[in-house]
Design a protein around this ligand. Structure first.
Ligand SMILES: Cc1cc2nc3c(=O)[nH]c(=O)nc-3n(C[C@H](O)[C@H](O)[C@H](O)COP(=O)(O)O)c2cc1C
Length: 215
């Protein structure tokens, strides 16, 4: 195995300063997201979502961001999954985007709420038919005895809906919106002296403050 301690990369592509960012972190996110798209980052909307379970144990997994609107970040999942159970107990989470090609990271944290069923319906029906059926097949995060069980259930669902144009939205599937309270933009710089700008909201205030953090 290669020696991990010898792996080293200096970051030199860009810089981030207070005078070049928007006063609104969602506008700034949109700007960086567009740049990630233009740079050809693979799955630029993939992010790691961290939640905590009822005993405070953390857990992280990768999801796909499906919208930034109404002041928050929207993602979709199974409402009976582990992450959904965590959010039921503790409706707060942290998201982390990594755009290595641009030597950038964005961290977002705040409260999480379920979006409306109507909003989930619109997104659900915009997905390919196979993905809609897939939502009916999988009891996400539950133990299953074999892959074959999954495939049998897939065949059953395909049969069940074969004469229906519209696949109904399962009760246990839908979206969440994370409303940010802190957003940090990280730009890699040379010699590990990276740029970090943190947007945060003081309690009860609507405007954002921007502070520079030591790397
Ligand atoms: C690139 C990528 C994208 C994913 N997107 C989603 C997603 O949008 N929604 C989802 O529920 N799971 C998604 N997953 C699967 C999750 O990482 C995870 O396995 C699943 O949600 C179960 O997590 P949980 O048991 O912590 O609830 C994705 C995985 C990868 C690697």
């Amino acid at each position: 195995m290669n020696k991990l301690s010898d792996l080293r990369q200096d970051y030199k592509k860009n810089q981030l300063s207070e005078d070049m960012v928007s006063s609104d972190p969602l506008v700034q996110f949109d700007q960086w997201f567009s740049e990630a798209m233009e740079a050809g980052v693979t799955e630029p909307n993939a992010f790691t979502l961290a939640t905590v379970d009822v005993s405070g144990d953390p857990s992280a997994r990768v999801l796909l961001l499906k919208g930034v609107d109404d002041g928050g970040f929207v993602f979709y999942t199974n409402y009976e999954s582990d992450k959904a159970n965590h959010l039921e107990h503790r409706a707060r989470a942290s998201m982390c985007f990594l755009w290595l090609e641009l030597e950038r990271q964005v961290r977002v944290s705040g409260g999480v709420t379920k979006i409306s069923r109507e909003e989930s319906e619109v997104y659900f029906h915009s997905r390919p038919r196979e993905s809609q059926i897939g939502a009916w097949v999988s009891h996400q995060s539950h133990v299953i005895s074999s892959r074959a069980k999954l495939e049998i259930r897939l065949e059953e669902m395909i049969e069940k809906y074969k004469n229906q144009d519209t696949i109904p939205l399962p009760d246990n599937w839908g979206g969440y919106r994370l409303i940010p309270e802190r957003i940090e933009f990280w730009q890699g710089r040379a010699n590990r002296l990276h740029d970090r700008l943190l947007y945060s909201k003081a309690k009860g205030l609507t405007s954002w403050i921007i502070e520079r953090l030591a790397p």
